[in-house]
Design a protein around this ligand. Structure first.
Ligand SMILES: Nc1ncnc2c1ncn2[C@@H]1O[C@H](COP(=O)(O)OP(=O)(O)OP(=O)(O)O)[C@@H](O)[C@H]1O
Ligand SMILES: [Mg+2]
Length: 361
């Protein structure tokens, strides 16, 4: 997939600007606070229907304006697509090829991206939440079934948790089995999908990490918990776990077992990356995960996503920078940095210079 054109109107610090991207490497340069990440964020928004950094879309609207517009033209293996998002104070309108869409779900996935920024270090260093978020986002982009299962699971889980806080304990004991039955069905789908995804991701991430470190480090990923490889058997197993945990859950007031507690175990040379990795190691591991995600995407969707690398180069040492550039040669990449000369080493690219929300010609 290739994004050809991106148009921003009253988006963040952009008043009106059009970017023309090429296949391969596109480099956005500029000093701090000029609009590089904002441009990358706009691409991400069109791919995922969600913003990178914030909860409220209204922050995307240029100060003092009523509406922000982001539009893009891309060529995918299904042909040309035009996406547009109009973001207002309290609502948004999404368009696909000029037609207004009733549901956001029809917007997401028409363009795909993998995003990497220094913040992705959280993936390695923070608690399980970040890693579940990574799994959910990655798997959802290529599987609507997973997306649906996740939403239903969350809804039933919320209801079960509310029930656990009820005072009438005998009523709760009576009702719980019904919820558990339903919960286990969606839980099994999530558990199975995540494990399959990780089984595919793990060797690719190990490979990317070995490549970036010249074979010096061995990255390994695994999911906590042993499960059978059959959805119904997993559901039965989870149902057992839920009933075994019932009394404890009643005391705790929340559900203590299930995929909402899942975690990916990440090790470098056998040591837990979360506790032991250096900053550079953790950064490289996170990058390897993202490169692996890009590969899987290619396998599942039949074409590569756009890889967005925001401010990544300055954080890597010289050999790793060169290797990264070499690795992403064959896909469209949008890379931001402050000094192109220091990171590109003459690599062929479409260089776009940004100053105060405008392209410098
Ligand atoms: N809604 C908005 N309206 C106007 N300006 C905004 C809005 N949101 C963000 N900005 C401004 O956009 C500017 C550029 O932000 P951006 O994150 O894109 O910078 P950057 O070029 O990536 O810089 P850095 O190199 O520091 O990462 C910031 O100064 C910010 O204040
Ligand atoms: Mg930035």
């Amino acid at each position: 997939m290739v994004i050809k054109k991106l148009t921003l109107n009253n988006f963040r610090n952009y008043e009106a600007e059009t970017f023309t991207f090429s296949e391969g490497l596109n480099v956005l340069t500029g000093r701090n606070a000029q609009g590089k990440t904002n441009c990358a964020e706009a691409v991400f928004y069109l791919c995922t229907g969600a913003s990178l950094r914030i909860r409220h879309d209204r922050q995307l609207i240029r100060h003092g304006e009523a509406c922000a517009r982001i539009g893009a033209e891309a060529v995918t293996r299904f042909g040309a697509v035009a996406l547009e998002a109009a973001i207002f104070e309290n609502k948004r309108e999404l368009f696909l090829n000029g037609n207004k869409l009733a549901r956001a779900a029809d917007f997401v996935g028409n363009m795909n991206s993998v995003f990497f920024s220094p913040g992705e270090l959280r993936l390695i260093q923070d608690g399980p939440d970040e890693r579940r978020r990574f799994l959910n986002l990655s798997i959802s982009q290529t599987s609507r079934a997973y997306c649906t299962a996740l939403a239903r699971y969350q809804r039933i889980l919320d209801q079960r948790n509310n029930l656990l806080k009820e005072r009438d304990v005998s009523l709760v004991r009576e009702t719980l089995p019904v919820w558990d039955e339903q919960l286990s069905v969606y839980a099994a789908r999530i558990v199975l999908n995540r494990r399959r995804y990780l089984r595919a991701l793990s060797p690719l991430a190990a490979d990317a990490h070995a490549y970036l470190t010249d074979g010096a480090e061995k990255l390994a990923l695994s999911m906590d918990g042993e499960y059978p490889d059959d959805e119904e058997e997993i559901a039965a197993r989870i149902l057992e776990q839920l009933s075994a945990a019932r009394e404890r859950d009643l005391r705790l007031g929340f559900t203590s077992v299930g995929p909402h507690r899942d975690d990916i175990r990440i090790t470098i040379d056998g040591a837990d990356a979360r506790g032991y990795a250096s900053q550079g190691q953790a950064r490289t591991a996170a990058l390897s995960l993202k490169l692996a995600e890009t590969e899987i995407f290619k396998m599942l969707a039949g074409e590569a996503p756009v890889l967005i690398l925001d401010d990544v180069m300055s954080e890597l040492d010289l050999p790793r920078r060169k290797k990264l550039l070499d690795r992403v040669k064959h896909i469209q990449c949008i890379l931001t940095c402050t000094h192109a000369e220091r990171v590109l080493y003459g690599a062929e690219c479409n260089k776009i210079r940004i100053r105060e929300g405008k392209i410098v010609l």
